[in-house]
Design a protein around this ligand. Structure first.
Ligand SMILES: [Zn+2]
Length: 319
């Protein structure tokens, strides 16, 4: 999990717990004002606990039948609450998640993140990397019927059939990550063929599987890498160390001779050596990649044991 996001979530949980406490206090205050009889019972129960504790400390006192007395009092309080028109658990501790009581952690000796915290983390991560809030762009929602079913020029298959295969390849890659046959993916094809949708669908599936994904445009990515390169203070760790880095629209960024190629090459190299997966989408063909980024980068991406190339063809579906 990303430290920065986790810290934000922990702060949110602190706020939730403070809010819970305020709710508890307000409820207690209301009962004190409106139902003095019930309030007396609460105080009696409180006293019972104090006395029992005192008895334990001094070892002489009488803490017998404590559980029994407590249970009787609690039952009486619940009964009276209901009779007065309140929910029976009106004065019980308030929390949203019964599993972790809003601490975000479960487990006795070994603390693990609660399901609710994982959900909150996924939500925050999805927002952070720019995925649609309603989880629209998933493999399940990938609509093949928007693609024409006539055979592509010179091909035996239609664009729809091709997209069906491509969707399957991307889905299989996501499900088998990190044990996929290829470490990296390159999605190529002209604009409007569905590359970004597929990229987002992969991201959605990986996040579901608790993978840390970073989606970033090539433009923004190279800007961060460049800034870090020329400054002593900044780093590009979030990019070099992202579990799965998704570079959207390679080729749309301004090309700075020597700098862009060098930095892109280093980045791909570093991630490859660390065993981290990278996914790139681009409108460029392999030849165009070669002429824009030199043979050095093109040959990297052509390494068929490391990179799986997923090519999309056909008509721009947006027109
Ligand atoms: Zn929880």
């Amino acid at each position: 999990m990303r430290e920065d996001l986790l810290t934000e979530i922990e702060t949110e949980y602190e706020q939730i717990r403070a809010e819970n406490e305020r709710t508890e206090d307000a409820r207690k205050e209301r009962i004190r004002a409106e139902q003095p009889e019930i309030y007396d019972l609460i105080r009696e129960r409180q006293e019972l606990i104090y006395n029992a504790l005192r008895a334990i400390v001094s070892k002489g006192g009488d803490s017998d039948h404590l559980a029994e007395k407590m249970m009787r009092l609690t039952a009486e309080i619940r009964e009276k609450l209901t009779a007065a028109g309140f929910p029976a658990d009106y004065l019980a501790p308030v929390y949203r998640c019964p599993l972790c009581k809003d601490t975000g952690k479960v487990g006795e000796l070994i603390k693990e993140p609660c399901e609710c915290l994982k959900k909150a983390y996924q939500k925050k991560l999805r927002e952070e990397i720019g995925l649609k809030s309603d989880r629209q762009e998933t493999f399940e929602n990938f609509n093949l019927y928007i693609f024409p079913d006539e055979a592509l020029p010179g091909k035996k298959y239609s664009q729809r059939k091709l997209m069906e295969m491509r969707r399957k390849e991307c889905e299989e890659w996501s499900d088998s990550y990190p044990k996929a046959e290829h470490q990296n993916l390159l999605l190529t094809g002209k604009s409007g063929l569905g590359k970004t949708f597929l990229l987002h669908a992969i991201a959605e599936r990986l996040i579901e599987r608790d993978v840390n994904v970073l989606i970033i445009s090539a433009y923004k990515m190279l800007e961060i890498v460049r800034r870090a390169y020329f400054s002593n203070e900044e780093t590009a760790d979030e990019i070099t160390d992202a579990e799965v880095l998704m570079i959207d629209d390679l080729g749309s960024e301004p090309l700075m001779q020597n700098v862009t190629v060098e930095q892109l090459f280093n980045l791909l190299n570093e991630r490859q050596n660390k065993g981290l997966s990278t996914i790139i989408t681009t409108n460029l063909t392999m030849d165009e990649i070669k002429s824009r980024y030199t043979e050095r980068i093109a040959s990297r991406l052509r390494a068929r044991d490391k990179w799986k190339v997923i090519t999309l063809e056909g008509k721009d579906i947006r027109s």
